[in-house]
Design a protein around this ligand. Structure first.
Ligand SMILES: [Zn+2]
Length: 189
């Protein structure tokens, strides 16, 4: 895993990137939680579920299928405005799918553990991306507040937070600029 803070932050940043209108508080809470969600399988890991097994850490619960099902269920449970199964509702479900998927994408760029079972249960191969700059975060809180944890934070700041903030900045500026331009076109001359 990358650390829970970073997964949650990415969820929030994606929320800012994907939405323009004002969103309710539960949208933001769920965005952060969905970023972290796949790591619920670390509970099994601590209870002795084999890492490399289907239900092991970074297995099925880190897959695209899980993201799809969980994204749909969460949207179904938490949002009936926009009206269920309307175009905007599906966009919201797709958004949560992307946020949950972002988790596995980050994990597949970390330096340790086993890869991510993106295509589980159909293909249980564990995948890493060829480029893995993020230091793997320890499982469990105690070892996180250690020297290892400090190195993880630095690498996540550089390889996740910074790029995310840059993208966010570009999107915000682009939006503002787009709005100004629109006003010019609509406004009186
Ligand atoms: Zn993970």
């Amino acid at each position: 895993m990358a650390s829970a803070f970073t997964h949650g932050f990415v969820g929030l940043a994606l929320g800012k990137i994907f939405t323009v209108r004002r969103m309710p508080a539960r949208f933001w809470v769920l965005s952060a939680l969905c970023g972290i969600l796949p790591d619920i399988d670390s509970v099994g890991h601590m209870l002795g579920v084999e890492y490399s097994s289907l239900w092991g850490h970074r297995g099925l619960v880190h897959s695209l299928l899980f993201a799809l099902v969980a994204g749909l269920l969460i949207t179904l449970a938490a949002f009936n405005d926009p009206p269920r199964f309307s175009k905007r509702w599906w966009a919201l479900a797709f958004y949560f799918f992307i946020v949950i998927t972002s988790h596995g994408v980050l994990d597949a760029m970390t330096t340790g553990g086993l890869g991510v079972g993106f295509f589980s249960p159909f293909d249980t191969t564990r995948y890493f991306f060829p480029w893995r700059p993020i230091r793997v975060s320890p499982i469990g809180i105690a070892s996180f507040f250690s020297k290892w944890g400090a190195r993880v934070i630095v690498s996540e700041l550089i390889w996740v937070w910074l790029p995310m903030l840059v993208v966010l900045g570009v999107v915000m500026v682009g939006r503002r600029w787009g709005k100004g331009k629109m006003k010019d076109e609509i406004g009186e001359r």
